[in-house]
Design a binder for this molecule. Structure first.
Ligand code: CA
Ligand code: CA
Ligand code: CA
Ligand code: CA
Length: 129
């Protein structure tokens, strides 16, 4: 029974995904169309957005929502290193259960001095342009 439901769900997704993608391009190929993708240039099928600014965790190192990613954000990230706070996880982990680590720091350092995003859901906003 469970296998039947799984097979039916899988078949449905196979059927629905290309149809949806056709009307909504998916630049990062994560299955979430650009206009509803909270990180439109980073594959994040789970769409985690811990601080709720419509900019997904995978492209949002702007924790204080002020300007570009800066020293205030660095202080926050440093304090979260080694903890399990999802806000600071910039490498998607399906199922969770890990700590903020060097992979996340790699993203953070690359994002320093830049704006978060881009997000398909917040075009033109300050928090996630
Ligand atoms: Ca996408
Ligand atoms: Ca994405
Ligand atoms: Ca966010
Ligand atoms: Ca943010």
């Amino acid at each position: 029974m469970r296998l039947t439901i799984f097979a039916a769900t899988f078949a449905f997704l196979l059927w629905v995904t290309p149809a949806f993608a056709g009307s909504n391009p998916d630049l990062d190929l994560d299955g979430v169309g650009d206009v509803i993708d909270n990180c439109s240039e980073a594959a994040n099928p789970v769409q985690d957005d811990t601080d709720g600014d419509n900019c997904g965790n995978l492209c949002d190192a702007n924790y204080d929502q002020q300007g570009t990613v800066g020293f205030g954000d660095f202080g926050a990230f440093s304090g979260a290193f080694g903890t399990t706070q999802e806000l600071y996880m910039h490498v998607e982990t399906i199922g969770g259960g890990r700590e903020v680590g060097f992979g996340d720091f790699g993203f953070f350092s690359g994002a320093f001095g830049t704006n978060p995003g881009p997000s398909g859901t917040t075009a033109g906003t300050t928090a996630c342009p």
